[in-house]
Design a protein around this ligand. Structure first.
Ligand code: HEM
Length: 147
């Protein structure tokens, strides 16, 4: 219960600035797994990582990711209601060449962003609460991978 309220409160401020926070998350992700940048085909000819991150299509994806986080936070008490959506989202990611193993680095990047954004309010229980939510979301997405 307490954890849920923490997440909702964090997101009240973070969710107002989705793109800048999403950019911190994805910049971190490409540091951890640079090869993932190549899966965004529209960025094939865009020079430096910095240029890729600034492309409109990429910014759209960042917004899309943050909207999924937004949906998860809003449905935190009933994440099962997102099951079909997340399953389908998983199969779309399989189709673009994402491997479920990359979700570990995505989770680390999410936590990194939270740490940057929340500063001293980023505590161990808070980290755990976010990680729990993230784990449910990626587990549902991963069920969308056909073997
Ligand atoms: C679509 C890559 C993680 C949400 C896409 C597309 C690519 C992609 C290439 C299709 C092109 C586009 O829409 O820009 C990746 C990679 C990821 C990743 C490489 C990290 C390993 C995530 C995560 C979420 C997410 C964690 C949300 C939790 C979405 C959404 C779409 C999308 C909502 C649009 C799907 C649709 O068209 O219906 N992703 N993605 N992505 N991604 Fe990701």
């Amino acid at each position: 219960r307490g954890a849920t309220e923490h997440i909702k409160r964090d997101w009240e401020s973070l969710g107002k600035n989705k793109v800048p926070h999403g950019m911190i998350m994805f910049s971190r992700l490409f540091e951890l797994e640079p090869a993932l940048l190549g899966l965004f085909h529209y960025n094939a000819n865009c020079g430096t990582t910095k240029d890729c991150l600034a492309s409109p299509e990429f910014l759209d994806h960042v917004t899309k990711v943050m909207l999924v986080v937004d949906a998860a936070v809003s449905n935190l008490d009933d994440l099962l209601s997102l099951e079909d959506f997340l399953l389908n989202l998983g199969s779309k990611h399989q189709a673009v060449g994402v491997d479920t193993q990359s979700f570990g680095a995505v989770g680390e990047s999410l936590l990194y962003m939270l740490q940057c954004a929340l500063g001293p309010s980023y505590t161990a229980p808070l980290r755990q609460a976010w990680l729990n939510m993230y784990t449910v979301v990626v587990a549902a997405m991963s069920r969308g991978w056909s073997k």
